[in-house]
Design a protein around this ligand. Structure first.
Ligand code: ADP
Ligand code: MG
Length: 386
């Protein structure tokens, strides 16, 4: 079962919201409603998040991300649609039940952590537990544990204003972790930080996630951040979700020109993996390599390849092996078997040519389900990549 499911969520601010939803459903434009003073902040958002996943919602300011997030923990009631948390319909709970779920099972981390200035770091980290009525001794113990996880051991007795911005964000994260909630909702939590500290926080979150395996919904307006963190990414535009997919899905087959325009600034060599760009092994079998050997079997290919890499190896790590030999790099699955090859021409083409939206690839063929197939690249069938 999915940990979290959003089903056709709508949130309309303004007059006669139900009426506005009906009109949106029958195709009325969001701008037409706005002209009447009604804001459709979220329009027909559906997705599911599996336990242990980091699900990122990416979109420009005003696209409806925060509104969507507040519906996920019941802080905002959807105008229409449902939110299921472990199969339980949040929209059907009484306010009291909802408060209980929210305080014990869901934690929220904001952009500005709003630490209490007159409470120590330890007390701030334990705040969520205090709300739950956890006794002092246990609260302090769990808060100290959470501070240790975020690298703040030794700072328990300090005041928030003695901490740098990055450290204050860590206290906010520790506060969320201390309650041991299954679901973390993070709204632009790293957006206010300097780039280096921000990267640090991203690394730390990924590191913590390996151990804690929380379910996380993370909001950002930065596609690079989305791609570093997200197991799956939803791209929002004007209240609607225009695409949900992995970082590779979005880079390789953006749903439309709008999504494609975001991907221009992304470093593809760090997001794309060998598995996403590889060609079928058949393309090198039965042909001569630079050395004159004929590759007839997968074993021949593996033997001749300058390097073997796993499917999940980032493309950036393929350049050195690819440059050192006349034969393509071999790509293997978890069991060591050959699953594909990366010829040099393909490696260069993938980085040189921005992908076009789904439906039109550089070769003009439709890459249906492009997520799990190689990027179509002209000339990639060339064998020896010299
Ligand atoms: N309480 C509210 N009342 C009226 N309009 C709102 C309210 N909250 C958000 N909005 C509007 O909904 C839209 C989406 O806002 P928001 O969810 O905050 O976007 P984001 O988080 O992506 O920047 C914006 O046009 C915003 O002005
Ligand atoms: Mg927001």
């Amino acid at each position: 079962m999915s940990r979290l499911q959003a089903e056709h969520l709508y949130k309309v601010f303004g007059r006669r919201p139900d009426d506005a939803v009906a009109r949106l459903e029958s195709g009325t434009d969001r701008d037409a409603l706005r002209a009447e003073g009604t804001t459709a902040a979220v329009i027909d958002a559906s997705f599911s998040v599996e336990p242990g996943q980091i699900f990122v919602v990416m979109g420009l300011s005003g696209s409806g991300k925060s509104t969507l997030l507040r519906m996920l923990n019941g802080l905002l009631e959807p105008t229409s649609g449902r939110v299921l948390f472990d199969g339980q319909d949040l929209t059907a709970l009484s306010p009291r039940e909802l408060r209980r779920v929210r305080s014990s099972r869901i934690s929220m981390v904001f952009q500005h952590f709003a630490l209490f200035p007159h409470r120590s770091v330890l007390e701030n980290a334990g705040y969520g537990l205090e709300v739950q009525g956890v006794p002092r001794a246990e609260r302090d113990k769990r808060a100290a544990g959470a501070l240790e996880m975020t690298g703040l051991s030794g700072w328990e007795k300090s005041w928030p204003d003695e901490l740098s911005g990055g450290m204050q964000q860590r206290v906010g994260l520790a506060r969320a972790l201390a309650t041991d909630a299954d679901l973390l909702l993070m709204d632009e939590s790293f957006s206010a930080l300097d780039p280096l500290i921000r990267r640090d926080m991203q690394d730390q979150l990924l590191e913590l996630q390996k151990r804690l395996k929380k379910t996380i919904v993370f909001i950002t307006h930065d596609l690079n951040e989305a791609m570093r963190l997200g197991d799956r990414i939803a791209v929002m535009r004007d209240g609607g979700i225009v695409q949900v997919g992995t970082a590779e899905d979005i880079l390789v087959s953006p749903a439309d020109d709008y999504v494609a325009s975001f991907t221009q600034d992304v470093d593809r060599s760090r997001v794309l993996t060998a598995g996403a760009i590889m060609a079928a092994p058949a393309t090198v079998l039965g042909t001569r390599t630079d050395g004159g050997a004929v590759l007839r079997t997968a074993a021949d290919v593996l033997a001749a390849a300058p390097a073997r890499v796993r499917e999940d190896t980032p493309v950036i790590e393929l350049f050195t092996p690819c440059s050192l030999s006349g034969t393509p790099v071999a790509v293997t699955g978890a069991d060591g078997a050959l699953v594909g090859v990366v010829p040099r021409a393909r490696l260069l083409a993938v980085l040189g040519e921005p992908m076009t939206p789904t439906g039109t690839t550089p070769t003009g063929t439709a890459p249906a389900g492009a997520a799990d197939r190689p990027v179509p690249v002209p000339g990639a069938e060339a064998v020896s990549h010299a």
